[in-house]
Structure formats: C-alpha cells, structure tokens
Design a protein around this ligand. Structure first.
Ligand SMILES: C[S@@+](CC[C@H](N)C(=O)[O-])C[C@H]1O[C@@H](n2cnc3c(N)ncnc32)[C@H](O)[C@@H]1O
Length: 218
C-alpha cells in the first residue's frame, strides 16, 4: 500500500456504488501513485454505477480528465464536471476511434468492461497504442480467462491469459533470433505484471538496449 488513499476511499464510500475486488487497491496504489502530481487523462471501460469514475476524480489531480465508456446508455447519467461518459461497445472500432480523437492519448486505461476474452484482447490491441509513452494499461477480472461462459478455459490458446503470456516473448523480442519480430509493443513496453485477476502493462521508451560491465578499481 503506498499511502492508502484508495483503500480508505473504498471502505468509507458513502456515495455511488464501486464494484471492485479488495486486493485491486494495492495494485492501483502501486502503479498509479506516480501520476498523482499532475493532470492526467484516464479512460475506464465499464462505468456501471459511476462510483469508480468518481473515485478516480477524487484520487487524481483536480485538473485531470476522467473518461468512462459503457454499452449501457443509462451510464450517461454519471457525467459531471471533469467526468465524461461516452456510450458504445469496447469492441466497436469506430466508437473507440471517436473516443481517442476526442480525449486521447491516455495516461491510464482500465478495462473493467464486459470481461469477455475476445473483447478484452481486441480492446487491448486497439487501445494500447493510444496510451502515452509512460502510460499504464490495467486489465481487471482476468479470472474470466478460465471461464468458458466468457470464452475462456485453462490453457485455451485464445483465452486472454494465454494471449497475454505471449506478450512476454514480444517484450523480449530483441533477444530472440530467427523470424521473431520486434514490434511497437517491444519498443514501447517496459514491464508486464500479472496479479491474481489483474495484468498491468507499463510503457517507457526502450531505445537501444545494451548491457554494461562495471568494476571497482583495485
Ligand atoms: C463490472 S461493471 C463496471 C464497474 C465499475 N468500473 C466500478 O468499478 O464500479 C462492468 C460494466 O461494463 C459494461 N459493459 C458490458 N459489456 C460492455 C461492452 N461490450 N462495452 C462497454 N461496456 C460494457 C456493463 O454495462 C457494466 O456497466
């Protein structure tokens, strides 16, 4: 826990409902703390009752832009000063392109939408290039990767866990000989962190990678 703001906020929440697993709050504090001292652009996929958008507004810098997208038109009611809600599906390419033009690029994207395996993968592929070069992409509720109802299954090749495991190779592509390609993902990503039900991708320009040797003078 960094400073516990989000833990306290969640536990004391008397306003709009927030629907999160409790262990996510350590993850948020760990990966989001460095963004708090300046205005940032946040996109959350999945608005529901609007509670998490309100929480991000209260957590991040007061001049930040908080954007939520949801397929349910009723979620539009959760707009307010500094919080924008757009209605559409997380797999609708035209809709997402409009959201990117209007609000992008984003410092943080949180996928808490349908949690269906093909949706999460497609949204990631479409949106990851549109986070800033030091941004974070966080996917929640990845346990649905193991649930057939959501298009998942243990070791199923097109489940999201298997898909994102392959990103580890892409992250390390410069060390792989043969036809394995270095991609924009390789060039822009510094880390992938897997937690119970959550994956966090962090960007930082990677530049030319090199190893160095140092040695103390005798
Ligand atoms: C778990 S709730 C979001 C909870 C909210 N982020 C919170 O923390 O309180 C999931 C939301 O995703 C929305 N949703 C489901 N399928 C979607 C899709 N294809 N595109 C966008 N939103 C979707 C649902 O309408 C629902 O409001």
């Amino acid at each position: 826990m960094e400073n516990g703001f989000l833990h306290r906020y969640f536990l004391n929440n008397g306003d709009k409902m927030i629907h999160k697993w409790f262990h996510y709050f350590d993850i948020y504090e760990h990966h989001f703390d460095r963004f708090r001292d300046r205005p940032v652009n946040i996109l959350e996929i999945g608005v529901f009752k609007g509670g998490s958008l309100q929480m991000w507004k209260d957590y991040f810098h007061k001049d930040s832009t908080i954007v939520g997208i949801d397929i349910n038109p009723k979620c539009k009611a959760h707009e307010q000063d500094g919080i924008h809600v757009r209605i559409g599906s997380q797999v609708d390419e035209e809709f997402l392109a409009d959201v990117i033009i209007e609000f992008g690029p984003f410092d943080i994207i949180i996928d808490d939408g349908s949690h269906e395996n093909p949706h999460v993968i497609k949204t990631f592929d479409l949106m990851y290039p549109h986070i800033s070069n030091t941004g974070v992409y966080l996917i929640e509720d990845m346990h649905t990767s193991y649930w057939p109802k959501y298009g998942g299954g243990l070791l199923k090749p097109d489940s999201m866990i298997e898909h994102f495991k392959s990103k580890i190779d892409e992250l390390n592509a410069v060390h792989i000989s043969g036809d394995f390609k270095v991609t924009d993902f390789t060039r822009t990503t510094s880390s992938i962190t897997f937690y119970d039900s959550v994956a966090v991708f962090e960007k930082r320009p990677q530049g030319q990678r090199h190893s160095i040797k140092t040695r103390q003078m005798p």
